[in-house]
Design a protein around this ligand. Structure first.
Ligand code: NAP
Length: 300
């Protein structure tokens, strides 16, 4: 029996583990893939207090080691469901059933897809959701980025140092990304911005050869690219909890800043809950709050 089981080893979940362990609770973190969550794909974090530059990978590594040194247990297994019994809660994985007094759901989010034919087949064959992971494959080539948020602009800026030309395609006429990133775009001659447009077709035999881009006024152009980086936001990973936990229309777990879900003793932390600001600092903040609330629940 664990005191706290945390589902997800991203910044929110790992911070919960630190706070839970420091309250002398027995903590298990379950993660389906690697620790660190989406932040490992960020090349340079510039907006986390105190650290003016740190790579996402180093950040995740330090957080993981901190939680481990404090005594958190880790198991890399995929969670497939939850049970809320009278005296305990259960977390079901593909291999085991784990029992706990409390659960913190910190599953974050996954890449939103364009929803185009061939999209899945072309992953790794010209289509990517991670510029820092795959950008090096496109040295001196032509690529496109779809999106207008921080991720898309960071991707375009990163790729502009590697690739010959970067088309930055955004469905709107104004970027959602923060001003400092928008300003940096004008320093790059090889970023070509295409506003009010979306990629509507992926042309490929074996690998991606070109994209069809349709603008709001209906005009269609075909652009030859070797790579397309999709950076159109993220969707929460909460479906497996929906039998028990209340989700909003967009699939986020309904919770306020206290991180309580509709089930007593089950908490949520990070990008997978309803909130206004989804940032690294708000994910770690949630992690702390959820763990403090879990400890209060156990001690009650
Ligand atoms: P985001 O902020 O949600 O932006 C998604 C972008 O994709 C928006 O520009 C949106 O257009 C566009 N979009 C959404 N659905 C689309 C579709 N179906 N087709 C075409 N375009 C579509 O996502 P994000 O950039 O991945 O960022 C996620 C969160 O992480 C944000 O809170 C962001 O601030 C944070 N983040 C922070 C940093 C940093 O601080 N350095 C870095 C990366 C991410 P509209 O603008 O028209 O809605």
């Amino acid at each position: 029996m664990y005191d706290i089981i945390i589902v997800g080893a991203g910044p929110a979940g790992l911070t919960s583990a630190i706070y839970g362990c420091r309250s002398m609770k027995k903590v298990l973190v379950l993660e389906s893939s690697a620790y660190g969550g989406q932040i490992v794909n960020t090349l340079d974090i510039e907006n986390y207090p105190v650290e003016s530059h740190i790579s996402g990978f180093d950040f995740a590594d330090r957080l993981y080691n901190q939680a481990k040194e404090l005594g958190a247990f880790f198991k890399f297994e995929e969670v497939i469901g939850l049970r809320d019994n009278v005296h305990e809660k259960e977390v079901l994985t593909s291999k085991n059933v784990y029992k706990a007094k409390t659960i913190i759901l910190a599953t974050g989010s996954k890449n939103r897809k364009l929803g185009l034919a061939n999209e899945d087949r072309l992953i790794g064959k010209g289509l990517s959701y991670c510029a820092t992971c795959d950008g090096a494959f496109y040295k001196n080539k032509c690529v496109a980025v779809q999106g207008g948020g921080n991720t898309a602009l960071e991707d375009a800026l990163y790729l502009s140092d590697i690739c010959q030309t970067v088309y930055l395609i955004h469905r709107n006429g104004k970027f959602r990304a923060e001003a400092s990133l928008v300003n940096k775009l004008s320093t790059k001659d090889n970023i070509k911005i295409i506003f009010n447009s979306v990629v509507t077709k992926l042309n490929a035999h074996d690998v991606l050869e070109s994209i069809e881009v349709t603008s709001d006024n209906g005009s269609v152009q075909t652009i030859c690219v070797d790579g397309l980086f999709v950076a159109i936001g993220r969707v929460p990973e909460n479906k497996i909890f929906s039998d028990l936990i209340d989700l909003d229309d967009n699939g986020y777990i309904v919770a306020d800043e206290s991180c309580h879900t509709n089930v007593e003793g089950i908490f949520v932390a990070g990008d997978n809950r309803t909130k206004e600001v989804r940032q690294l600092v708000t994910a770690t903040s949630d992690g702390a709050i959820a763990a403090v609330e879990a400890v209060k629940f156990i001690n009650k």
